[in-house]
Ligand binder design. Structure first.
Ligand code: DGJ
Length: 550
């Protein structure tokens, strides 16, 4: 049965091609595919590197507000925008749908050569149910709320009530059906985020009777059976938590995991996962775009929402929500590299839907963790062609085919250096590269306006053969060694750019431009080869290098 639409002609007015389920070729729908060592997003049949930004929460509720921003996003070298679609605006009355804003976002994205990832602000946004429609909010008897230990309900829909997930899943399915109808051919929309940073107060558990009954019942076989059969594949901290409670393979939640606040979080994670799986599954039945959830991070209990897909809960979420393809961290915390590693494991590909606009982090995640992409938050406020992020995106976009092929082949590495971590040696393709932050032979002129703090130093290195490399980066220099114990020097070095996917060489670099060893007086240190590569700070550049051992 087709659900009624408040704007039945919207798609036709916009000139969209209406595609029915049968006419959307399944093979052309954006999908995730394991290619060699990486899981990649395939769009229009080819791997796609997501160079994105996420709009502030309310931006996409007004096309007038958004109007000036679309071209700025394109000018800042983005290829994708993450935009909220809210349940309250999509289903203002039960069963009556309004997709005008969805259509508007698709139309503007196309006009500005951008793809879209929609964020479904349905039952929860940051744990709270503020985006559920008013008819849901007001009818708490039908759509019950989370009941904490003190008995005062929170404005969070309860995961234990069937009416809640049924209503959310119905709306999400209607949204996915609409996207298939208006976008199944053009594929402007490439992924969906299901809900937003779900979770409840740390260490707590819903006191609804269904929750208490489930907590006192045996841990479901779907979870405990998996744990028992795949002990060695569990994330170590989850396995340790289970084993510290005795490693039992049957029993209630408290018996299996111990009677502790963290056990409440394991239990709530499982039940959030079951709920989100039902919503995602209903949506995929209409249009099976890749789907992910985003995660509010923190180290200690109390610094994040309980029940979210924190690193310790990865296996719980993966078993509870097979329709969710990616558990994606929102990385605002400073130890970016550690968070990347915690989410790039257990078969989970790395995709970062929210973070800060940091060019070095983008290079690091893409080069070291085969990230599908990255998306700084609040992007309409900061997008500008002159920012370091825009410059980094520009180079990543040029080199995307090389990067994606190297992710699959496992022939790519990255470094991100700063005052705390000024050097790093990487081994790739037979040679090792000793990277450090760049030392300029002539001090650079002072930055206009007094400078803006520490410049970024980062690089991606791609091995292109036994002695050939493509290096992209800014603010770094490197000497090399190998193969074996031998020293190595520059055989051939050129800067250049990719134009329509083809390498177009620029200057051939030699002489001063490959000598790295000089003293405080700017004189070369004699009797040392000291050859290497140097990528000065500022907009990142691409170089191709051939080395030889001696
Ligand atoms: C994380 C949320 O997921 C976003 O929607 C937004 O609220 C940011 N926090 C704000 O920093």
């Amino acid at each position: 049965m087709k659900l009624p639409c408040l704007l039945p002609c919207a798609a036709a007015l916009l000139g969209f091609q209406i595609a029915d389920a049968q006419s959307v070729a399944t093979s052309s729908i954006p999908r995730l595919e394991k290619r060699g060592q990486a899981t990649q997003l395939i769009v229009d049949g080819r791997p796609f590197l997501i160079l994105a930004g996420e709009l502030t929460n309310s931006a996409s509720s007004s096309m007038e507000y958004m109007a000036p921003y679309w071209p700025r996003l394109t000018a800042a070298n983005m290829n994708t925008v993450l935009a909220a679609v809210t349940w309250e605006l999509v289903e203002p009355e039960p069963g009556k749908f309004d997709f005008a804003l969805v259509d508007g976002a698709i139309r503007e994205a196309r006009r500005n050569h951008l793809r879209l990832i929609f964020l479904w602000f349905g039952s929860w946004k940051n744990g709270v149910s503020s985006y559920s429609p008013l008819w849901v909010k007001k009818d708490q008897k039908r759509y019950p709320l989370f009941l904490p230990e003190n008995g005062q309900p929170l404005t969070y829909l309860s995961v234990f009530k069937e009416a809640n997930w049924q209503a959310d899943a119905r709306a999400f399915a209607a949204l996915m059906r609409h996207i298939r109808e208006v976008d199944g051919d053009a594929r402007t929309v490439i992924m969906m985020q299901v809900e937003n940073e779900v979770g409840c107060p740390p260490g707590s558990r819903d006191q609804a009777p269904e929750s208490t009954a489930a907590f006192n019942a045996p841990v479901p076989g779907a979870l405990i059976g998996y744990m028992a059969a795949h002990k060695d594949a569990l994330v170590p901290e989850f396995r340790q938590y289970w084993e510290a409670a005795g490693g039992k393979t049957s029993g209630t939640w408290a018996e299996v995991f111990g009677n502790k606040p963290m056990t409440n979080e394991v239990f709530m994670s499982w039940h959030y996962a079951l709920y989100l799986d039902k919503v995602a599954k209903a949506g995929k039945a209409e249009y099976p775009l890749p789907m992910f959830i985003n995660v509010d991070l923190g180290e200690a209990m109390g610094e994040y929402s309980g029940g979210g897909a924190l690193p310790i809960q990865l296996n719980v979420w993966q078993q509870g929500a097979p329709s969710i393809d990616i558990l994606a961290p929102d990385i605002y915390l400073p130890n970016f590299a550690e968070w990347c590693a915690r989410y790039h494991r257990s078969g989970n590909p790395l995709w970062i839907p929210e973070t800060r606009g940091d060019a070095a982090n983008a290079f690091f995640a893409i080069g070291n963790h085969a990230a599908m992409g990255i998306s700084p938050f609040g992007i309409e406020r900061s997008a500008d062609a002159s920012t370091p992020l825009a410059q980094a995106y520009g180079l990543l976009a040029q080199a995307a085919p090389e990067i994606l092929a190297a992710q699959a082949a496992g022939t790519i590495k990255a470094v991100s250096l700063n005052a705390q971590h000024p050097t790093e040696t990487i081994q790739l393709g037979g040679y090792s590269f000793a990277f450090s932050t760049v030392r300029m032979r002539q001090p650079p002129p002072p930055a206009a306006g007094g400078g803006e703090g520490q410049p970024s130093s980062y690089a991606i290195v791609i091995s292109k053969g036994p002695d050939q490399y493509l290096i992209l980066g800014s603010g770094v220099q490197a000497t090399f060694n190998g193969p074996g114990p031998s020293a190595a020097a520059v055989g051939k070095l050129e800067e250049g750019a990719f134009v329509d996917g083809r390498w177009v060489p620029g200057r051939r670099l030699n002489g001063d431009d490959i000598m790295l060893n000089y003293d405080a007086q700017n004189k070369f240190i004699r009797n040392e080869s000291g050859q290497g590569i140097r990528l000065s700070g500022g907009p990142p550049k691409a170089i191709r290098l051939q080395v030889y051992g001696y």
